[in-house]
Design a protein around this ligand. Sequence first.
Ligand code: PLP
Length: 399
Amino acid sequence: MNDKKINKPSSTGRFGKFGGKFVPETLMSSLEEIEIAYEKYSKDKSFLEELSSLQNDFIGRPTPLYFAKNLSKNLNQKIWIKREDLAHTGAHKINNAIGQALLAKRLGKKRIIAETGAGQHGVATATACAMLNLECIVYMGEEDIKRQAPNIYRMEMVGAKVVPVISGSKTLKDAVNEAIRDWVTNVESSYYIIGSAVGPHPYPYIVREFQSIIGIESRQQILEKTGKLPDYVLACVGGGSNAIGIFSGFIDDENVSLIGVEASGEGVETEKHAATLTKGTPGILHGSLSYVLQDDFGQIQEAHSISAGLDYPGVGPEHSNLKDIERAQYYSATDKKALEGFKMMSIEEGIIPALEPAHALGFLIDWAKEIPKEKTILFLLSGRGDKDLETVSKKMATL
Ligand SMILES: *Cc1c(COP(=O)(O)O)cnc(C)c1O
């Protein structure tokens, strides 16, 4: 196929047929304002210099690329880990939060709204706002607040206001709804920093661009260290921002296979999963057309995953397109597999992964046996697991 090379979405914000701007009319001009601002500042020398200096000195980039010798030996593959767990605040989300907060500042917006699931995007946004002197309001489902208490303290400690959301399933999708509601009401003063490569155009595109630093660095690092490109690039997929960030560095390299792993909770054959690309159908959620988990009426279904960061019934439109044009392959891993992956990396490598990328590790345990031996696999460790230790300990005790 010759349309595999994907750079920009179309002028109407589409990746193939996916994407678009399915939003209330009151938001159209704000989305346009953001789009125009991004086009301008993404070519602006002083913006790019400020961004780059914050990436280096505040986030700690470039993050290392590490050869996992024990895992590699055990699984008979060559496994390289891109260490986003070592980015400031412990996950890749900060790359996007800083980029968008800088953009908001250039737009003269002083009030930042964000939603959060696991709390990682909330922490990243609150952190960026503290550093850039912006007011920060974070919407978070009550259910997630219970699962992620340490992150609430972190957000409040750096000065953000955390607003509990008690509608619907009290998780991420409800938090997004509340954040959008706030934004519609306060659109003049406020900028909404979305946490993944989802939402109406231009968000999926902007988020990908701010996360593409992962792909740019990884490509350079793996070439330096191995002299060639990887055979596979592996990442977990919630909304899809960490995956699209690393995929974007290799999308034009046709010999590099791109593999995304979703959360299948208690199993794709049950109703308790978050495997949107595996089991979903095209529909509209949070302003864009993409694969979603929905019923016959188009009502969004509840997702389930042991990890709050993957517990979302939608996915970014660019992934939907990559699936349809077969440039990327998507698989899933259950809660149980994720725990296996979590334990394996902790014990073998002395690195405690977040539960989200632990899904991709759990998948890798079985999949590594199916593919030819000694392949080079670039694995994106999107975050560290401190936030998940309580959940994991409790779960392991019951197994
Ligand atoms: C939020 C999060 C994810 C899932 O979000 P994506 O947008 O799919 O990247 C994955 N890993 C970690 C560590 C997260 O915090």
